[in-house]
Design a protein. Structure first.
Length: 123
């Protein structure tokens, strides 16, 4: 029952966004196409992260705190990809300047990414 509720909510959000998507298609077609390509690239990036977790890290095995390191690795992988995606897609409102250039957000996410990877492999 709960999975149906989630599916209905996701579909309702998609339907509610159709007018805005059509307006963007009419107003900024090159930006819309670039955004679609970047989303495809991001999905490939996510697939690479999931493959890395399942094929490379899983045979090492995770017990105890190793599972938390694996989850931290995957979440930091996803968030770093999202940060990079935010920098390259066309946008209509400018995000904060400290997010748009390599800085503290990158250092924190990359530190978390490599720290969790090292922790996973050493535990």
């Amino acid at each position: 029952m709960d999975s149906w509720v989630v599916l209905i909510v996701v579909l309702a959000v998609m339907v509610a966004n159709i007018p805005a998507v059509m307006q963007q298609w009419r107003d900024d077609r090159p930006g819309f196409i670039k955004t679609l390509w970047m989303v495809v690239v991001y999905l490939a990036y996510l697939a690479l992260g999931i493959w890395l977790m399942l094929e490379v890290m899983a045979p090492v095995g995770a017990r105890g705190p190793g599972v938390l390191f694996a989850i931290g690795f995957l979440l930091s992988w996803i968030f770093y990809g999202g940060l990079t995606l935010m920098r390259v897609v066309p946008r209509y409102r400018e995000p904060p300047r400290w997010l748009m250039h390599f800085g503290i957000a990158d250092i924190v996410l990359l530190g978390l990414l490599f720290g969790c990877l090292a922790g996973y492999l050493l535990v």
